[in-house]
Each structure stands twice: as C-alpha cells, then as structure tokens.
Ligand binder design. Structure first.
Ligand SMILES: [Zn+2]
Ligand SMILES: [Zn+2]
Length: 252
C-alpha cells in the first residue's frame, strides 16, 4: 500500500512539472463555436470551426433558377434576356452537376507579404454555397469576355465538369437574399466579399479599391473594421492582383 501511494505521488509530480515546463502549443480544437458572420453561409452542407480554419462543405448547387439546370429540375427556367454587361444570353453547352467541395478558410484572416495570385477554379465561396471564380477563363488566363454572354439570369454558369460558379456579382444574393451592399461570401484567404455598393448606397468602383480589389473600413458584420473585397461592374469584378491574405485550401 505504501508503495502504491509513492507511485501515485511520483506520477502526479511528474505530470505537474511537465505541465509547467512544456510550452502550450496551439492545436486545432474540434467543434469550436462558429462565429456569427459565418452562420450567414446558408447554402453549405456544413460549416464548422476547428479554431484555426472554418471548414465549409458544399454541393455547389445554386438555390435559384437557372437555364443550366436540367429541364426536369424544379429550378430550371428558360432564359433569353440580357445578362451581365447587357449581353444577349447565349447558353454554353454545359449543365449543372452536383459537386463535393470543401473550403478551409482561416478564421483569423491575415495580410500576406507575397499576395499569391488566384488560380483558375474556385477561389472562394458564396453564402449560398456556390464557388467564386476569378476574372479569367481557362486555359492560360484568357479574358473572361468570351464567356460572359453565357452567364445565366443570376450571372452564373457551369464549366465543363458541371461546377456552377460566379465570376461577377451574384445577382440572387444582391437582389433577393441580401442587398447590393450585403455580405456575399468569402475568398479563400478568409477576407469577406461585399456587393457592388457600400452601406451608404454609393457604388464601389475600382478607383475605391486597391490592386487586390479591396479596402478596409467597418461593416455591419465587422464593426471594428476589416479588409474586404467588393464586386464591381468593371474588370476584375471580384479579385485583382492576387489574394490580400494567405489563402486556405479548397478540395473538389
Ligand atoms: Zn466561368
Ligand atoms: Zn467597402
């Protein structure tokens, strides 16, 4: 009995000394409360927080009507009007297919020293779970202009593998779900994206933004101020010369 007690004391004192000597390394914790701003992402399959990254899983399906849904889908709607930039809609040969994408964006977005260029493909995610793409068309960063007539009644379109996305103002968010000055989603670096107006109602132009297509001031979601991107009606529409911050990851 005496021997057992002695052992217990040794174990306790060992763990105590290691607690005080070993520096605490921050390790991601599962299921930390998701900050309110990310709860605005209503179209995702799940939104979770591990303390370092917000993980957003999505099927990438638009929650609005589109000429690119199969005609048997309840959200199919024919379209023959004018689309973004006043162009006459010209449907591309692709159609919307359910995706499985996982976005990991830093919960504490930080400015980056090298501002990495945005690649083709998903560079961020909208509140409805649809990915954002940059101002180029594939391959080899061609001008987007050739694709624009293919933007549907809500300014999105699917690429060859059926992944629906927005390069420009997501019209369903700016006119139905939110407003022209509302939160639209997040780029992979964790910085938020707002619509083409400020909360005062004034239109945002490239002249109001830096080369990454953003600037810093307080918003309703970030009363202490935050760097944020804006959609504009002129190129590059969403992101300019790379991410302002260090991007997280996206797997598709
Ligand atoms: Zn596209
Ligand atoms: Zn702003």
């Amino acid at each position: 009995m005496k021997k057992l007690l002695f052992l217990v004391v040794v174990v306790l004192s060992c763990s105590k000394s290691s607690d005080t000597v070993t520096p605490i390394t921050p390790t991601p914790v599962a299921n930390v409360e998701v900050p309110a701003v990310y709860k605005k992402i209503y179209g995702a399959t799940s939104v979770t927080n591990d303390g370092t990254y917000i993980t957003i899983k999505t099927k990438g399906l638009p929650d609005h009507k589109s000429a690119y849904y199969a005609t048997t889908n309840a959200l199919y709607e024919a379209f023959s009007g004018t689309t973004f930039g006043g162009l006459n809609f010209a449907k591309n040969p692709n159609s919307i297919i359910e995706q499985s994408a996982t976005f990991k964006i830093p919960v504490k977005p930080m400015s980056s020293a090298n501002h990495p260029a945005t690649p083709l493909g998903a560079i961020g995610v909208a509140l409805n779970g649809v990915p954002f793409f940059n101002q180029y068309a594939g391959p080899n960063n061609q001008e987007l202009k050739g694709e624009m007539a293919g933007f549907d009644q809500f300014y999105g379109h699917p690429q060859q593998s059926g992944s629906y996305h927005y390069h420009v103002e997501p019209l369903h968010l700016t006119t139905v779900k939110s407003t022209k000055s509302g939160l639209m989603g997040f780029l992979l670096d964790g910085f938020p994206i707002y619509g083409p107006q400020e909360e005062t109602g004034s239109a945002v132009t490239n002249a109001n933004l830096d080369i990454y297509h953003g600037h810093t001031h307080a918003t309703v979601d970030y009363p202490n101020g935050i760097y944020h991107y804006h959609f504009t009606t002129e190129a590059p529409y969403l992101n300019g010369n790379g991410y302002y911050g260090t991007p997280g990851t996206v797997t598709q």
